[in-house]
Ligand binder design. Structure first.
Ligand code: OOG
Ligand code: MG
Length: 263
């Protein structure tokens, strides 16, 4: 069982790596091989509380591992969630510093903003679309703190699902005018196409990812609040970036584009 002392030890272990940008062995390797999913979310919650207590603010929740491309790339099985903090946000077209990361990768994502609260259980895709104010294009920067980006499902949950950076596109549009299933996306680095995808890659429809999130949060009595940007998960595998890279994520013309420079 994970007692409070061990939990705090593991929070220190992961949080220091997040703060100082260094790689650590995954928790399940040696420190605590029997880490369960419930315990992993307890560690995540304690880590998030630490960040809140020192003045950081949650911008919104993120889903991870919602597409087959991601599940296969990371060799894991189920969607998970974590949180994006204000200290992670880079403006559209802005610059992220390589020095603030370990081995960053970028992912094209579709974001949602709700106009009313969604509380599970039993939230459906239709209920999500009904409650959605707008969707927007996004780039997530993930940066697992684990050695070589190698982890199990529980390790990655304890590491706040590798959350490290987010660029939210400024073009917000009602989901009514868009087919989020067939919308395409192209990720380019320095003008070269690195990967392509479509909305349906995320759980058959990105609204399903928001429903999944609402239903997972319901287990803790929590809800998705209106107004907060929600990342629904990478549509493609994540692509490693390095210093000098210019990243462009281009969706079909209705959803628009979002850009990032890695310094
Ligand atoms: C975990 C985070 C996954 C996504 O969009 O699938 C994620 C990872 O791959 O390091 O954010
Ligand atoms: Mg992601």
């Amino acid at each position: 069982m994970l007692d409070g002392k061990k939990r705090n030890e593991l929070v220190d272990y992961v949080l220091n790596a997040q703060d100082e940008n260094y790689e650590i062995l995954k928790i399940t390797e040696k420190l605590y091989p029997k880490l369960t999913m419930a315990e992993a979310y307890q560690i995540q919650a304690a880590l998030i509380k630490r960040r809140l207590d020192r003045g950081e603010k949650i911008v919104g929740p993120k889903m991870g591992l919602t597409s087959l491309a991601k599940l296969q790339q990371m060799n894991v099985s189920d969607p998970i969630y974590g949180y994006v903090f204000d200290t992670m946000v880079v403006p559209d077209g802005g610059t992220a510093e390589m020095a603030d990361y370990i081995h960053p990768k970028v992912e094209p994502e579709i974001g949602f903003i709700l106009k009313k609260e969604l509380k599970g259980p039993g939230v459906t895709k239709e209920a999500v679309l009904e409650a959605t104010e707008a969707v927007f294009p996004a780039i997530e920067i993930i940066d697992s703190r684990y050695l070589n980006f190698n982890f199990t499902m529980t390790d990655v949950v304890a590491d706040n699902t590798s959350a490290a950076g987010a660029v939210f596109g400024t073009h917000l549009i009602s989901p009514k005018g868009i087919d989020l299933e067939t919308i395409g996306v192209v990720l380019q680095i320095n003008g070269e196409v690195k990967t392509v995808g479509a909305g349906a890659a995320v759980l058959n429809h990105p609204a399903e990812s928001v429903a999944y999130l609402a239903n997972m949060l319901a287990e803790k009595g929590e809800a998705i609040k209106p107004g907060e940007p929600i990342l629904t998960g990478g549509l493609t595998e994540a692509v490693a970036v390095s210093s000098g890279d210019y990243v462009e994520v281009k969706f079909g013309e209705t959803l628009g584009e979002v850009r990032l420079f890695m310094k």
